[in-house]
Ligand binder design. Structure first.
Ligand SMILES: [Zn+2]
Length: 677
């Protein structure tokens, strides 16, 4: 077989995948799927779970498996040629998905399975059928021919717009850099950040230092650069990326892309009979209405505002001057150092990436009854990639995991988990799940290993929580295995739940070991770190609420132009935010979650699921944090069931009662007394 993408029997042969393999493989798999769907449908008489649903699940599994390495490489190795090949396939996939979603024969057959066989099937199977019928409707299966065609055309156009949004952002991020000749401008910057900037300059044949907009560099400048003008320049470059303003003004402008996405999403929602795209988005979520989501967020804002104002006031006082947007991170970091006698940079040497990973794996092993061991050697896309086997403590392989931890060029920013292979038991054969864990941490420089901040460690726990959701699933039907079929606003439950452990003393001890001496984090530093956990937690709460409220309101109103998007965000900020924002801030133009990713009218999920995750964690607080009994229970009730159980039912099965919202504010250290005003 010449095309490595068509061989889906084992792990992807990443090093052999070339851009020219992408389109032929995608076309071939889609063609095969189309032919098989008709064969399956014709033979399924009467249609039943075994002769219709299972074979279709197998087809979806095959398609997902062939496409997963392409989507992944496009995110972590975004070369011009791969980007082109990837984009050429998006309309093909959209067409196929619309065709299946609007396939009346399939729709009727699914209806019959549920009606005629539903009583004999398990609850998980019935949920899969009900979700499938809902999705047929949301794909426009019941529409008359004209609107149905239009709906398909909209989906086709939308399929490439999200990718364009991400590309503009990546290109804008990579297009700007600041060359520094005068070392005094770097005052305050940590050694590792300087060395990296030096290397970046050398790689480009330059003298001095090249400061870039990749996250580790940007973050170091904003938190540590003493030179206020340098911070202002960086801030301005960062918050105007992919917009009509700033140093790359108009070159990668996402304005028109946002306008098109909003217009098309609203039109699609209207065709299906929804008042807004937000309403359509909520059809597949736990929350039932825009009012419920907005009310939930507004309440959080109200309860956090007084505390947030006091937090900002404390920074202003400490700085002894009025603060601009580019001063806040810098002075906050100084205040944290002063108040808690602890700094990120002092902690970093204690968290070499290997050590942190090993501690994370130990923790997960003890809690959930698993073992995580190095796997491989396997074929990968980059020498820094790690590979692990996840085994049950009782024995037996459960899944496998790729890790790609460090920032580099041509790699999308942020941190995420993605599926490489989903769990499936089809035709007597079980495919075990494989996950990608991707971050953008400060890479190793020279002989020094990658050193993580404690924030990075928390991010690692977060993404690994998603990985466990994917890897520990026991569901054999791909459409409900792992995070598939899980209501989007519950997806962040395992990830945010696991974050809490990164703050526990015994876990931190396990995670830490000085990169030169191996010495664990000294007790006094550990205590200071823990004491600083809720530093500015109300400001952080408001920041998340601001993004979430902007998202839900934007998608609840009608289509609007780029200026309207900016105005909407400004209005939310006036209502919610306590920190200053300059008029040139164009955050929305880089808000990938809601334009490029899957969080449109769903960004509130972070806060929504945090109610669940904080309350789930409170059981561990009651029982002693490393309680393996509660851990096994979490594994069985939440992680293993994936989308085969309704999210609220799964939570109740775990906790023995519905979620109680108080835990969220308590964990964030925001007292409810502050809500009085
Ligand atoms: Zn997440």
């Amino acid at each position: 077989m010449n095309n490595p993408l068509l061989d889906t029997t084992g792990l992807p042969a990443f090093s052999r995948i070339r851009p020219q393999h992408v389109e032929p493989a995608t076309r071939a798999v889609l063609e095969e799927c189309r032919a098989q769907v008709e064969t399956i449908l014709a033979a399924a008489e009467p249609p039943r779970w075994d002769n219709l649903v299972m074979p279709l699940e197998a087809l979806d599994h095959r398609l997902a498996r062939a496409w997963a390495p392409v989507g992944h490489l496009n995110a972590v190795q975004n070369t011009e040629a791969l980007r082109e090949a990837y984009n050429a396939c998006l309309p093909l996939l959209s067409d196929y998905s619309s065709e299946m979603g609007q396939h009346e024969g399939l729709f009727r057959a699914f209806e019959r399975v549920l009606a005629e066989e539903g009583d004999r099937l398990g609850a998980g199977q019935r949920k899969i059928l009900a979700d499938a019928l809902r999705d047929f409707h949301l794909s426009g299966v019941a529409l008359p021919p004209g609107p149905r065609e239009r709906f398909r055309a909209i989906m086709l156009e939308l399929s490439t717009l999200g990718a364009r949004f991400e590309e503009n952002l990546l290109d804008a991020t990579q297009a700007w850099r600041l060359e520094v000749r005068d070392e005094s401008r770097l005052a305050g910057l940590p050694e590792a950040a300087r060395e990296r900037a030096r290397q970046a300059a050398r790689n480009r044949g330059l003298d001095g230092w090249a400061l870039t907009l990749d996250f580790p560099c940007y973050h170091a400048v904003m938190c540590h650069a003493v030179d206020r003008e340098l911070r202002r320049e960086f801030y301005a470059a960062w918050v105007t990326r992919a917009s009509e303003l700033g140093p790359t003004a108009g070159r990668f402008d996402n304005g028109a892309v946002m306008e098109a996405i909003l217009r098309l999403r609203h039109e699609a929602a209207a065709i299906l009979g929804f008042e807004s795209y937000a309403q359509l988005s909520l059809e597949t979520k736990m929350a039932s209405s825009v009012e419920e989501v907005a009310g939930f967020l507004e309440d959080l804002a109200r309860r956090s505002r007084t505390a947030a104002k006091a937090e900002l006031e404390a920074v202003q006082q400490f700085a002894g001057q009025p603060l601009e947007a580019w001063d806040i991170a810098f002075w906050s970091e100084r205040l944290r150092e002063h108040a808690y006698e602890v700094s990120d940079e002092e902690l970093r040497p204690y968290f070499p990436a290997d050590r942190a990973m090993a501690g994370l794996f130990d923790t997960a092993a003890q809690l959930f009854g698993i073992r995580i061991v190095p796997g491989g050697p396997v074929d990968t896309w980059h020498p820094e990639v790690g590979f692990y086997r996840i085994e049950d403590a009782e024995g037996g392989l459960l899944g496998q995991l790729y890790t790609d931890l460090y920032a580099r060029e041509q790699k999308r920013g942020g941190a995420w988990m993605d599926e490489c292979v989903g769990r499936a038991k089809l035709g007597g054969q079980t495919a075990l799940p494989v996950a990608f864990l991707v971050c953008n941490f400060m890479p190793p420089v020279g002989a020094r290993p990658g050193l993580l901040s404690h924030d990075d460690v928390v991010t690692l726990f977060h993404e690994f929580g998603h990985c466990l959701h994917h890897l520990l699933t026991r569901v054999d039907w791909p459409s409900a295995a792992g995070i598939n079929g899980v209501a989007w606003d519950a997806v962040e439950l395992p990830s945010q739940f696991l974050e809490n452990f990164a703050w526990h003393p015994t876990v931190i001890e396990r995670l830490s070991g000085h990169h030169l001496t191996g010495e664990p984090l000294p007790r006094v530093l550990l205590e200071r770190l823990i004491a600083s956990r809720n530093f500015q937690s109300a400001m952080q709460m408001l920041r998340q609420v601001e993004f979430a409220l902007f998202d839900i309101r934007l998608y609840a109103r009608g289509a609007t132009d780029a200026a309207g998007v900016v105005a909407e965000l400004d209005a939310v900020r006036r209502e919610v935010a306590v920190v200053p924002y300059p008029g040139f801030n164009r955050f929305a133009h880089g808000f990938s979650h809601i334009f490029g990713g899957g969080y449109a009218a769903g960004y509130y999920s972070y806060k929504w699921a945090e109610v669940l995750s904080a309350d789930a964690f409170s059981l561990f607080e009651e029982n002693g944090v490393m309680d393996p009994v509660a851990g096994r229970r979490f594994r069985a009730c939440i992680l293993e069931v994936g989308g085969s159980v309704d999210a609220l039912d799964a939570f109740i099965a775990f906790r023995g009662r519905p979620p109680e919202p108080g835990a969220l504010l308590r964990l964030a250290g925001i007292s409810d007394a502050a809500a009085a005003t």
